[in-house]
Design a binder for this molecule. Structure first.
Ligand SMILES: [Zn+2]
Length: 159
């Protein structure tokens, strides 16, 4: 035996699944494999000592099942939570000062969305100042890139 057997082989030898004079001969002249074999054998002996004769009561499984059935897990009260949220939202809408509400609709939204609206208008103006051919070119490049990516993904899936 030129190469050292793997620890899995030594595990099989310890378990009695693998036998052969070549393993015994290898153990006699290879200190590394001897150490591996000794470690695995000690672990197997320790595991064997952990085995005990204690057994479960005959009706243990039935008792566990009966206890599980007597106290089933309560489902999440999603309907109740939704009703509560709806009630809170309705109360907030009714109790809000109408003046503040109309102010927020007119000024607040415009103020908080002004940056987005500016960007949108700039994009629209930019699109109007572009020649459509300049937009078709990048779009065509994106389509070609997508086709290339999908083709590559198909090759990877087939592996
Ligand atoms: Zn060896």
């Amino acid at each position: 035996m030129k190469k050292c057997p793997s620890p899995l082989i030594w595990q099989a030898v310890v378990d009695g699944e693998e036998e052969g004079a070549q393993y015994t001969a290898h153990l006699e002249h290879c200190p590394i494999c001897r150490a591996v074999y000794r470690d695995i054998r000690e672990a197997a002996e320790l595991a064997g000592r952990l085995r005990c004769d204690a057994a479960l009561r005959p009706n243990f499984a039935a008792a566990v099942l009966a206890q599980a059935r007597s106290a089933p897990a309560a489902p999440f009260p999603a309907g109740l939570v939704a009703l509560l949220l709806y009630a809170v939202a309705g109360a907030a809408a009714l109790l809000l000062d109408p003046g503040y509400w109309s102010w927020w609709l007119s000024v607040g939204i415009t103020r908080s969305c002004s940056l987005l609206m500016d960007v949108l208008f700039k994009i629209i103006y930019l699109g109007q100042s572009f020649n459509p051919a300049w937009l078709i070119g990048p779009a065509l490049l994106l389509v070609l890139l997508e086709i290339a990516v999908l083709k590559k993904l198909t090759e990877v899936e087939e592996c």
